[in-house]
Design a protein around this ligand. Structure first.
Ligand code: ADP
Ligand code: MG
Length: 214
């Protein structure tokens, strides 16, 4: 039977993302100090801590309501590029997956809607040295694995692998969007902070969304 992604599992994903961003906060900020303004870790931690506090106050009824709340919180609590971009990502996911529990195909559809939202909002494309360089290949890998009928855990692992490769591929890129683009050629040789936090998002999905029999 296909995995059922109810509100509790998606809540676990958001909480795990918040936990691992807090764990990696200094690393994300360090990466942003090389090619930005040294706030990506603190930005993401502040927004996700607020999202978790809102969940603690009473989780929403279904996956769409949950992800909408997370997206609204990120948009309102995080300044800078990453708040509106991650906020849009979660809001678009919320709008795409349908109400009620999701199955893996609905999750893959929602993840791609989130990707499309980031593209629409930020006007970047893969190769610009942004979070898209991790998210876009992860969506491709997830779609392919789900379409091939892979177990959900296997599909999410493939998405993580693709995301990590995409993140690593940002190192030699020259930034064409966001603050890092102001550096021109001096942005080359550094890993993108947003692609790095996106891999944490994907890893959190892999460790929370699929149960062993999936
Ligand atoms: P800011 O750049 O405003 O300080 P953050 O430091 O929190 O915001 O986030 C920086 C990250 O945001 C970058 O590493 C990059 O991955 C992502 N980013 C910036 N601009 C864009 C964009 N236009 N589209 C997609 N992602 C972007
Ligand atoms: Mg920054």
């Amino acid at each position: 039977m296909a995995a059922e992604l109810d509100v509790d599992r998606l809540q676990a994903w958001v909480r795990e993302f918040a936990r691992t961003v807090a764990d990696h906060r200094d690393e994300l900020t360090e990466l942003d100090s090389a090619i930005g303004d040294a706030d990506h870790g603190t930005n993401m931690d502040r927004g996700l801590s607020a999202a978790v506090a809102a969940l603690d106050a009473g989780p929403p009824a279904d996956p769409a309501a949950l992800l909408k709340q997370v997206g609204m919180t990120l948009v309102s609590k995080v300044g800078g590029a990453s708040g509106p971009l991650y906020g849009t990502f979660f809001l678009r996911m919320a709008g795409a997956g349908g109400s009620g529990p999701w199955d893996p195909a609905a999750f893959a559809t929602a993840l791609r809607a989130g990707l499309d939202g980031v593209i629409a909002r930020g006007k970047a494309e893969p190769g610009d040295k942004t979070m898209l360089d991790a998210l876009a290949p992860a969506c491709d890998a997830l779609d392919a694995a789900v379409a091939a009928g892979e177990p959900f855990g296997t599909a999410l692992a493939a998405a993580v692998d693709a995301g990590r490769r995409g993140r690593d591929a940002t190192v030699p890129m020259q930034a064409r969007k966001g603050r890092a683009s102001y550096l021109g050629e001096r942005s080359v040789g550094h890993q993108d902070p947003g692609a790095t936090s996106t891999v944490l998002l994907l890893e959190a999905a892999a460790s929370t969304l699929a149960v062993p029999q999936d």
